[in-house]
Design a protein around this ligand. Structure first.
Ligand SMILES: [Zn+2]
Length: 521
């Protein structure tokens, strides 16, 4: 692959911002030139053909089509569906039409419309790949699916949400938005071994005013969010953290790009300042991907509210990460394949209990920020709540399968989009089951506390037509994270499945295998 000369231009980079965000006024002139200088490279993606604003959907489509036309033997553009305003959402497939099975890498960007550098980074990476001399040998081992602009309507307006004012990265379980449904279906169909989601973060945050009497902003170029969800097999989380992220961090360090694990400044119940680090919610991509037994990383580039400031640096950082992910996959392909397959096998064998609840590891740590007025780094000591290093608090044995009633067909459809295999009962079946019951005084509307959910063992007859979701399948970790009623991002807590008048929650844990069923599509 072509090696660019990554030499940073340290000359003064002055930028005029037309963004009305008051904080972005601080991110100009000397702060940028001191801490975030642009690299001295040329980038030919559409956003760099002008010096203000960001690319439009049509700019991206023309660019992608031009690239695809160059190598129609290995590049294929398909459309996974339409945005609310009717724009077709492209998926760029890069791979050989025939040959041995490859490791599949999924990369998506622009889920939040006001995070333009992610989309631009993906286009830069696609261009580099297509132009690379050794692309044909890379494709002997890897195939790629890219969705560079997942939220087209938001991107066109440079706003976070889609046209229904919904946050697509909080919709990965509910799947209420059409963009979410198309994206998830395409992801499930592709079933990647490695999945990366490109975002940007806001460096100027009001919460930081509580941390110091100085005006501070977040100092790092990149924040990484690998999932800390304990229902993702441990060897997969270790491969992500110890191999993939370790390689990425080394490359970023060589290019003087700074990084940390993802954190948000916050306050605990006692008003003490804390940094909440990492994440584990299946409603957002990093965890949702990980629960399908893929290496999964969401990362954020320092960018929201900065308009075009540091744009070349932001795009270049995202590109470096994409390239590093590919190189790590190539260099460790046997290990990656082995780890992903071992995780899938462990899941299918129901080897581990379900982690119902976990608590983040708390410790004293320090974090660097930038003092905006004095233009210097400030290191603050504070309490860190690290979800990336959570401890299990309560567990439950895996059932052989979950059973849902025929009336819950819309929910079942969502499970299928999430890549779960669903069967239906061909005839009435009497089977040993565990039934979730709410304590009698908790049957009124509203969410009951977890402690009021009881399980009773019963032999039940379920009628023909009920849905059965076996836990002996690749994406079973997603099923357990959505169907156990105590789960924060589950169907019960989201009130997509409701208790009946007797307080019974119609999600049944089957304790023996079901024989009489047929697979539905
Ligand atoms: Zn985002």
């Amino acid at each position: 692959m072509k090696t660019l000369a990554y030499i940073f231009c340290l000359t003064l980079f002055l930028s005029v911002s037309n963004n009305t965000d008051a904080f972005s006024q601080l991110q100009t002139g000397t702060l940028v030139s001191k801490f975030f200088p642009d690299p001295d490279i040329e980038i030919n993606t559409p956003g760099f053909s002008h010096s203000d604003g960001f690319m439009k959907y049509n700019d991206m489509m023309n660019y992608l089509q031009m690239k695809a036309d160059k190598r129609s033997d290995i590049v294929k553009i398909t459309f996974i569906g339409e945005s609310i305003s009717g724009k077709k959402i492209p998926l760029v497939y890069l791979g050989k039409k025939s040959g041995n099975p490859t490791l599949k890498i999924w990369m998506q960007g622009g889920l939040h419309g006001n995070e333009p550098a992610g989309t631009e980074s993906i286009l830069m990476f696609i261009n580099e790949l297509i132009e690379a001399k050794n692309i044909d040998s890379i494709l002997n081992y890897i195939s790629f699916a890219f969705v560079p602009m997942a939220n087209i309507d938001g991107y066109e307006k440079q706003v976070r949400l889609n046209d229904n004012k919904a946050d697509l990265n909080r919709d990965q379980v509910k799947l209420e938005q059409k963009e979410s449904v198309y994206l998830k279906q395409a992801f499930s169909d592709f079933a990647p071994a490695v999945a990366i989601d490109f975002h940007e973060f806001r460096p100027f945050r009001k919460e930081l005013d509580k941390f110091s009497n100085k005006k501070l902003c977040i100092a790092q170029d990149i924040l990484f969010l690998p999932s800390g969800n304990l229902n993702i097999p441990v060897q997969l989380r270790e491969l992500t953290n110890l191999v993939y992220l370790s390689d990425v961090k080394e490359i970023l360090g060589k290019n003087e790009i700074t990084f940390n694990n993802y954190f948000v400044p916050d306050q605990d119940g006692n008003g003490m300042n804390v940094l909440r680090m990492g994440g584990d919610s299946p409603r957002s991509s990093s965890t949702s991907f990980g629960l399908t037994n893929a290496v999964s990383i969401l990362f954020e580039i320092r960018g929201i509210g900065l308009d075009r400031n540091s744009y070349k640096r932001r795009v270049f950082s995202g590109y470096l990460i994409a390239r590093s992910i590919m190189e790590t996959t190539l260099a460790n392909r046997a290990k990656v394949l082995e780890t992903v397959n071992a995780s899938i096998n462990e899941t299918i064998k129901r080897a581990n209990p379900i982690v119902l609840d976990s608590k983040p590891l708390g410790y004293q740590g320090s974090m660097d920020f930038i003092d905006v007025k004095n233009l210097e780094y400030v290191s603050l000591d504070m309490q860190i709540q690290d979800v990336g290093r959570s401890q299990s608090v309560s567990t439950r044995k895996r059932p052989k399968a979950y059973l849902l009633l025929a009336e819950n067909a819309p929910i079942v459809r969502k499970l299928q989009i999430l890549g779960l295999v669903v069967d239906t009962l061909k005839s009435d079946v009497k089977i040993k089951t565990e039934v979730f019951m709410l304590e009698p005084n908790d049957t009124k509307p509203g969410l009951p506390p977890d402690s009021s959910i009881r399980i009773s063992k019963q032999k039940r007859v379920f009628p023909k037509g009920c849905f059965v979701i076996t836990t002996a399948q690749k994406n079973a970790n997603l099923a357990v994270s959505i169907l156990e009623p105590e789960m924060e991002n589950g169907f019960f807590k989201y009130e997509m499945i409701k208790a009946n008048s007797e307080g019974e929650i119609p999600v049944y844990r089957l304790l023996t295998e079901v024989k009489s069923s047929k697979r539905i599509r």
